[in-house]
Ligand binder design. Structure first.
Ligand code: BGP
Length: 462
């Protein structure tokens, strides 16, 4: 392969996954229930084809083979999450020895294959008992999370040097408290703001615990889905709408994480709309003193917006969308299976924003990917010929490379995901992996993109 786009030395090539989406063994070896296990039991019809998270890709039992496959496709790093409910059933109290053994095995297996483990502490999977106590609305839960994070740092921090407090913390806010796609299916802007705030207090508390331990060479960050907001036009009303969207969905987490404070414009809107969360004395200082060392950015799609067309229904609950409308740009390129626009330049715009407005903080692409339905139709001689995925990655990497040439502090590129996995409400509808999973037999077969990314990783470019 001739290399036109060369990446900086030591660039992270790999993928990301999450406990609930890949481990399976949902009720084995003492794991407690989380909100996904519970919601699936209660309402299986909310999941595509009625498939829940009990088995998924069975990483709990097949991690050795899977890590071998990661090695085979050139991974030098891999992000996974710890299941809080597995490590501490119920979320508070006794640590589950079987879980410690499992995560130790995974970490050691990765290291012996020269794959650096990145650990994320929370990927949408609140232990059920803690959700029943109020989830992120409750300070007891926030404190329990800080304790859980400390336990993880102590157990695994001798070998794991890259940590994340949360994956996409805005998603449980949107899904669970605004738009009804996560449990507890609440629609309430006030509570949504409280949840968002509680999450960032939890983030700061975990960072405080982390710093106190002074682990050698270790860094802590957060993974945010920074979805750039593009206005329909330069009309001031459209610009205003795009700015509000950016405040609500990006800066509500990015600013406290990196700068240690909320944007004043956002605070004003929250006050004006009567959405101010309950805050405790000392919170402000806690946030200010405990910011991240580095950032993971998940990028899938842009958000195109325009000024609101119609007055919101005064009888309907207040929603973020009272302040803007989504805009379907004519001619946009779509991933029709997921309903997401593909806009490669978004990755570059994020990079420039981080460089210019967030001190050029160290960051990497922690997720990018393309879910495609019915991938079996692309099988030739037993292998999924996913040329569309290769093109998708190439096009995004080209823009990422350009941003690096312009001085952006990008350290790596991780794909969502290693193997076809269970996705929240879509279950196995769309396939994302470098490796195909046969759901019936659990057989794993490397796709064409897996062989391609191996070359990219080996050449440190393409
Ligand atoms: C991100 C999540 C992942 C993953 C991915 C793909 O937002 O961090 O957990 O699921 O999106 O999305 P989906 O599975 O909904 O297609």
């Amino acid at each position: 392969m001739t290399v036109k786009y060369k990446f900086p030395e030591g660039f992270w090539w790999g993928s990301a996954a999450s406990a609930t989406q890949m481990e399976g063994a949902a009720k084995e070896d003492g794991k407690g229930l989380n909100i996904w296990d519970y919601w699936y039991e209660k309402e299986p019809t909310r999941f595509f084809d009625g498939v829940g998270p009990e088995v998924t890709s069975d990483f709990y039992h097949q991690y050795k083979e899977d890590i071998k496959l990661m090695k085979e496709i050139g991974h030098n790093s891999f992000r996974f999450s710890i299941s809080w409910a597995r490590l501490i059933p119920g979320g508070i109290g006794q640590v589950n020895k079987k879980a410690v053994e499992f995560y130790n095995n995974v970490i050691n297996e990765l290291l012996s294959n020269e794959i650096e483990p990145f650990i994320n502490l929370f990927h949408f999977d609140m232990p059920l008992e803690l959700q029943q106590k109020g989830g992120w609305e409750s300070r007891e839960v926030v404190d329990a999370y800080a304790e859980y994070s400390k336990i993880c740092f102590e157990l695994f921090g001798d070998r794991v040097k890259r940590w994340f407090t949360f994956n996409e913390p805005v998603v449980p806010v949107e899904g669970g408290y605004l738009y009804d796609f996560h449990y507890p299916n609440v629609v309430d802007f006030n509570r949504a703001v409280q949840v968002a705030y509680g999450t960032m207090i939890a983030n700061a508390k975990a960072i405080k615990e982390f710093k106190a331990l002074q682990l050698e060479d270790a860094k802590i960050g957060i993974v945010l889905n920074l979805t750039p907001s593009y206005p329909r036009s330069s009309n001031p009303a459209d610009l205003k709408a795009a700015n509000i969207v950016d405040l609500f969905f990006n800066r509500s987490f990015l600013d406290p994480a990196v700068r240690g404070e909320y944007p004043s414009e956002l605070v004003e809107i929250i006050k004006r709309e009567g959405l101010v969360p309950e805050m405790l004395e000392g919170d402000k200082q806690l946030l200010k003193e405990n910011t991240i060392d580095f950032l993971g950015v998940n990028y899938y799609q842009p958000r195109r917006v325009k000024a609101k067309e119609c007055m919101p229904n005064p009888a309907a609950p207040l929603m973020p969308d009272n302040f803007f409308d989504y805009y379907e740009m004519p001619g946009r390129k779509m991933n029709v299976y997921r309903g997401w626009e593909i806009y490669e330049k978004g990755i570059y715009d994020i990079a420039i924003n981080l460089k210019e407005n967030y001190g050029n903080i160290e960051w990497y692409i922690s997720e990018n990917g393309m879910g495609v339905q019915d991938e079996e139709r692309f099988i030739v001689d037993g292998r999924v010929e996913d040329n569309y995925r290769i093109d998708f990655v190439k096009d995004h990497l080209t823009w990422l490379h350009k941003s690096i040439e312009e001085g952006c502090n990008v350290k790596g590129y991780h794909m969502w995901t290693f193997i076809d996995n269970w996705s929240w409400s879509n279950a196995y509808k769309n396939r994302y992996g470098f490796i195909q999973l046969d759901l019936k037999t659990q057989k794993r077969v490397i796709k064409k993109s897996g062989y391609w990314i191996k070359q990219v990783s080996e050449n440190n470019g393409f």
